[in-house]
Design a binder for this molecule. Structure first.
Ligand code: NAD
Length: 280
């Protein structure tokens, strides 16, 4: 009986599953973040688009969100800087009223063989990819708890969808800093979900495989590189940014209301040990 009452509450799946919600996407001016910002808007959310450099690209995303018919904000901040992150959240909340969905997506690589890796390369990747997600998730949680529930838009108090990587579980030689940062994101997400589930905050991540974006252009921009990449992808195609964006919209919506602390791998099977696909 209780169950049927609860399930009747779930908003029906549909194109406007995020109607009335307010979202913030970090690193929203390019690649995966851009696709996420646009998909959230198409699903009915108003969106704050964070960028750290390249204001024009961020403004292009905002203009496209306007054309979709949703409100967009463009907010400059380095996600590794506590003061800038706090100022960004103050602006987003001041302009949009609140935030229901936060997508810490900003990330970078500073690759080097381990013996040559500088402390600066190590630290920048940890600062942006891991500390940046901590800072944004913390400001999100503070706002969710301050504001309280908005049952008219969502069953959850708030949703955080971190963008991780298959390298939260696949070790990556030559990219130790990056793999360590994403492994950290995995347990940040799961520990946060465990701590905040009783408050009805949902914290999940999307862990992309190889997605066609600027961050990994060298891996797909020539036929030879693409063919080598496909050895790692059982589904035999590169991922597109919309593959990730659709997963984020689902995790941000009430359609996934009983999903918490999950890493959703969107990777064409990259985590399935493709070296064994012909029997090993
Ligand atoms: P991208 O380079 O297009 O996007 C990264 C974005 O983060 C850029 O807009 C960049 O300006 C922004 N950014 C970097 N440092 C920042 C900072 N300090 N503050 C604010 N913004 C900052 O690449 P992408 O592929 O779209 O990457 C998005 C996320 O997806 C990253 O977290 C990345 O690790 C993850 N990812 C990408 C792939 C892939 O194959 N493309 C695979 C797994 C995970």
């Amino acid at each position: 009986m209780v169950e049927s009452v609860a399930s009747a509450d779930v908003r029906s799946p549909g194109p406007q599953s995020l109607a009335g919600q307010k979202a913030l996407v970090t690193g929203g001016s390019s690649g995966i973040g851009r696709a996420i910002a646009l998909a959230l808007a198409r699903a009915g959310a108003d969106v704050a688009v964070n960028y750290v450099s390249g204001e024009d690209a961020a403004r292009d995303v905002a203009a496209e969100i306007d054309r979709i018919g949703r409100r967009a904000l463009v907010l400059k901040a380095d996600v590794a800087d506590e003061g800038q992150v706090q100022a960004m959240f103050r602006s987003a909340i001041g302009e949009l009223g609140t935030l229901d969905i936060v997508v810490p997506n900003a990330g970078l690589q500073r690759d080097a063989p381990f013996a040559q890796m500088t402390l600066a390369q190590w630290q920048r990747v940890i600062d942006v990819n891991l500390t940046g997600q901590f800072l944004c998730a913390r400001e999100a949680v503070r706002e969710f708890l301050r504001r309280g529930p908005r049952p008219e838009v969502s069953r959850a108090l708030g949703k955080i969808v971190c963008i991780s990587s298959v390298h939260e579980v696949i070790p990556w030689a030559g990219h130790v800093n990056y793999a360590a940062s994403k492994g950290g994101v995995m347990l940040l997400v799961k520990s946060l979900a465990q701590e905040l589930a009783p408050k009805r905050v949902r914290v999940c991540s999307v862990a992309p495989g190889a997605i066609r974006t600027p961050i990994n252009e060298a891996a797909w921009s020539t036929p030879e590189a693409y063919e080598a990449l496909m050895k790692l992808v059982p589904y035999k195609r590169i991922g597109e940014t919309d593959d990730i964006a659709r997963a984020v919209v689902w995790l941000a919506s009430d359609d996934s209301d009983y999903v918490n602390g999950t890493s959703l791998f969107v990777d064409g099977g990259m985590t399935l040990y493709p070296g064994f696909e012909d029997g090993g």
